[in-house]
Design a protein around this ligand. Sequence first.
Ligand SMILES: Cc1cc2nc3c(=O)[nH]c(=O)nc-3n(C[C@H](O)[C@H](O)[C@H](O)COP(=O)(O)O)c2cc1C
Length: 148
Amino acid sequence: MTGMIRLIYHSKVSPGLTAADISNIYNVSMEWNKSVGIGGVLFSDGKRFIQMIEGGASIITQLFRKILNDGRHFDVTLAVAEPLAERRFGDWGMGLIRNSDPNVSVLITKMTGSDSFSPETMGLDELRSLLLLLARLGDDSSLKLFKG
Ligand SMILES: Cc1cc2nc3c(=O)[nH]c(=O)nc-3n(C[C@H](O)[C@H](O)[C@H](O)COP(=O)(O)O)c2cc1C
């Protein structure tokens, strides 16, 4: 039995990728992640992705290998890989968060001081806090954030 880990990475959205393509990534991820007990959150402002995934070390490694080789994004940069004493997310698959949601854009602006979002300039703690906050937004009231 391997331990649980959490990965956070960011990447750039490949040219030509549409909102529908991002929804498609979300739908496939939701299904698969749920079936293997992975939880996480995927954020995109249409230019960037940031994703946090949590689950068993070997399944997370397997998933991250697929993600690294996925042509729908590039410059995939691993920001955090850490053991997890306690899982933050349930094994409900994947939340999708877009900054078109006003709650989300307010939060991003508050945390980064700008509405043009650049994960490269954020520290690890900041990135982690942002994702956990976004996830909490999704947990609260509006699962609409996730379920479209
Ligand atoms: C930004 C991004 C995030 C992704 N996140 C997941 C994920 O959490 N779970 C998942 O199964 N696939 C995710 N994918 C898709 C995988 O890269 C891959 O296409 C998918 O797992 C199907 O792989 P397969 O055809 O080899 O089974 C993501 C892709 C991108 C571009």
